[in-house]
Design a protein around this ligand. Sequence first.
Ligand code: SF4
Ligand code: MG
Length: 332
Amino acid sequence: KHKLLEVKNLKKYFHLEKGKTLKAVDDVSFDIYKGETFGLVGESGCGKSTTGRTIISLYNRTDGEVRYDGKNVHTLTEKEKLSFYRNVQMIFQDPYASLNPRSTVREIIAEPMEAHGLYTDKKERLERIYQLLEDVGLNRDHANRYPHEFSGGQRQRIGIARALALNPDFIIADEPISALDVSVQAQVVNLMKKLQKEKGLTYLFIAHDLSMVKHISDRIGVMYLGHLVELTESNELYKKPLHPYTQALLSAIPIPDPDVEDTRERMILKGEIPSPMNPPSGCVFRTRCPFAMEACATKKPQWQEVEEKHFVACHLYDKSIMGDQNHHEIAV
Ligand code: SF4
Ligand code: MG
C-alpha cells in the first residue's frame, strides 16, 4: 500500500498573550494510504480541524513533519508547491460561509481553475464546469444561480464540485456533513463515496462523532485534547473500542434500528473537556476517565500497537503498569 500522506509527530501550538500556549495539536502521527478514507474524530476543540489545516499548510506547524507522496511539504520548491495545492483540496463544514454569495456557481467552480491557469479555453472550461456539476448530482441549469438559491445539501455539492475542479488526488473534508440535516448527511456521504470510486480519491474525513464516519472510513483515528488516543480499522473500532474515550463516544450513538432494544450501558463522562491551555498531567483524558488510576496522573501513556493494526494510548493496555491483568475485555 502506498502512503500518500505521512504525518509525523505533528505539533501545532498557538502562542497567545501573557505567555500562554494553546497546544492544539500535540505530537500526532498517522499515515493515510492512497485510495482510503481516514476518519479523524473528536469533540470540538480536540484539534482535528487544526490537524487538517496544518497538513495543508493553512497553519505553519510548530514541530514535526508532513510528507505528501514522499515529499516533505515544508520544503517544497515553488513548482512542487503548485502541484501540492492542485492535488490537495479542502471541503469545509459550512458550505454557505465558504461560497462567495455574490458569485454564480459557475464563477465559484471556475475560481480555482483561474488561480492555477488551467482550462483557459472558455468553451473547455464551461464544459468542465458542466461535467463537475453533473458529477456531484447537479446540472448545467444550476451554473448561473447564486449560493442562496440552494439548500444546504446542494451547497455542499457545489463546494465538492469546486474542490474537484483541479482534479485533486487527496481531499481534506472538515466536518462536511455536520451542518446538514441528518437525512441529507447520508446523501453527501454516498456522493463522496461514489466520487472516490470514480476518481480514485483519498480522503481525510473529519467528524465530531462516530455516527456517520463508519459508513465512509476505512480506518479511524480518535483525538482528544490535541492527542491521538486510538487508531484502527473502522470495523475493529466499532467492534472493540479500547480507549475509554472511544468507548464513551460509541456509547453515545443511538442504535439505528428502532426495533432493536438498546440495552447497552451509557458511559457518561464526568466534567467538561479541560482547556487545551492547561491540559492535565499524565494522560490528558484522566479528569474524565472512569478508569483513571494513580499512574494516569504522573505518566503519559505510550502510543502502542496493542493488537494488529490497533493502536491506543492508555495505561490499561500497558503491561509495565497493569502487570498481566487483561483489561482488553472491558466492554461498552
Ligand atoms: Fe483513563 Fe488512565 Fe487510560 Fe488515560 S491512561 S484513558 S486516565 S485509564
Ligand atoms: Mg472544527
